[in-house]
Design a protein around this ligand. Structure first.
Ligand code: RFL
Length: 398
């Protein structure tokens, strides 16, 4: 954007780009430490508050919100039932989610509920949050101060000087794209699988449920007292138009091994590819990438949003240590510290994705990988030690 004479200039400590789980958590944690910030969000408030995606805030993240004194305000939903059901060819196996640690467990808290609560807490706390910020651009990232430019809803050009920029604008945002070519290395992975996901006004499953069947993988998760999210494995070149309601319900009944599954109106459907990517490093000068802006994890294992919350806390501690104690250790170690957890969760998600798909339709993975996946499931459902290690990973404590 041209820097005209009418540009309105301001100054703050941190500009946060994006008001998803990552950006709103960064903003709330910074305010708890008395650090000024401005959040710039491209979309309108109603859009941000209604975007449905993740459903579970893992144990580690629940305890993080408790430690910051935010749990009562931001965590909606209910504590998790304590079991995960894996159904193999119609046979049910309940895995305890007890990881052996003390403290509050994971919560069934839909992403939009978390976002609404983070948003209202931040605004009630006097936080500065600007919706419909257009043409956001980042400047002077390696200088003494960075500048973020944008146009407000009236079309006026604005510029904010800051010490740090938190790039929380997801995989398609402007933050990562502002880093010069050659600075970051991308590590992408395509699972070669697509999922059709539907949200339906249908009774939730008793426990989070993942099913392995010769027809392909399926899953059923609660998204509220009367709402469910379902997932169905499909070929990567499939299209959601090929999935009329009748086909969705008959395939779910076959794959979940539940002929009596109660259907309901489908309120949302989307077909997406299972893919993962890691960008390394997660910082450049005064810019720190947080959440999906730095990494995408395939949804199996429910780690994407939880990683965003992890990065947000590491960043907030790092900025606070620097401003309050003149200690830049946290800023310098931000990227390696976050990437260690990112790769840990990528490995878990990849392992679970391969296991639950390969163990089903053996024509896709071939008989050898099918046998390996069945052996992993056998170990998981018969060895208490294997089940405990799995629970730790699900909880985010490993
Ligand atoms: P978000 O949520 O994408 O938010 C980014 C925000 O930035 C804004 N933005 C901009 N603002 C200003 N200027 C720009 N130029 C901008 N460009 C973008 C956007 O409007 C938006 O408000 O990223 P964040 O905060 O890093 O959060 C990440 C999570 O949303 C994501 O990891 C999860 O939803 C992934 N995910 C799941 N994660 C879990 O932990 N558990 C799950 O069960 C789970 N299920 C899922 C998922 C993702 C799914 N999709 C997207 C395929 C299920 C699905 C269907």
């Amino acid at each position: 954007m041209a820097q005209g004479a009418t540009e309105l200039r301001e100054s703050t400590t941190v500009v946060v780009i994006g008001a998803g789980p990552a950006g709103l958590t960064v903003a709330n944690l910074l305010r708890r430490r008395g650090i000024d910030c401005v959040v710039l969000e491209r979309r309108a408030r109603a859009h941000v508050e209604q975007r449905q995606r993740a459903g579970i805030v893992e144990t580690r993240a629940v305890r993080m919100f408790h430690e910051w004194g935010l749990a009562d305000q931001v965590l909606g939903g209910v504590p998790l039932s304590g079991f995960l059901e894996i159904r193999i060819a119609g046979e049910s196996h309940l895995l305890s989610q007890d990881d052996g640690s003390e403290g509050p467990p994971a919560r069934l808290c839909p992403q939009q509920v978390l976002v609404q609560n983070l948003l209202s807490t931040y605004v009630a706390d006097g936080g500065d949050l600007r919706f419909e910020a257009a043409d956001v651009s980042l400047h002077d990232l390696t200088g003494d101060r960075a500048t973020v430019r944008y146009r407000d809803p009236s079309g006026a050009a604005r510029a904010i000087d800051c010490a740090f920029v938190a790039g929380c604008d997801g995989d398609h945002g402007v933050s990562r794209a502002s880093i010069p070519d050659g600075v970051l290395t991308a590590y992408p992975f395509d699972h070669g699988i697509a999922w059709l996901t539907v949200l339906a006004d249908a009774p939730p499953s008793v426990h989070p449920l993942m099913a392995v069947s010769p027809h392909g993988f399926a899953a059923h998760f609660a998204r509220g007292p009367r709402a469910s999210r379902f997932y169905l494995q499909c070929p990567p070149d499939d299209h959601s138009d090929a999935w009329p309601d009748d086909r969705v319900w008959s395939q779910l009944r076959a794959r979940l091994g539940d002929p009596a599954l109660v259907s309901g109106p489908i309120t949302e459907r989307e077909l997406f590819q299972l893919r993962s990517i890691v960008h390394d490093p997660m910082d450049h000068g005064r810019l720190f990438l947080v959440g999906d802006a730095a990494h995408i994890v395939s949804p199996m294992g429910g780690k994407g949003m939880n990683l965003a919350l992890y990065d947000a806390e590491v960043f907030a501690h790092a900025v606070s240590d620097f401003l309050h104690h003149n200690d830049d250790t946290g800023l310098r170690s931000y990227s390696p510290r976050c990437l260690r957890r990112v790769w840990n969760d990528q490995e878990f998600s990849h392992w679970l994705t391969q296991t639950l798909h390969d163990a089903g339709d053996h024509t896709l993975a071939g008989p050898f990988r099918h046998g390996l996946a069945r052996a992993r499931l056998d170990r998981l459902t018969t060895s208490p030690t294997a089940a405990r290690a799995f629970a730790e990973l699900m909880a985010g404590l490993a």
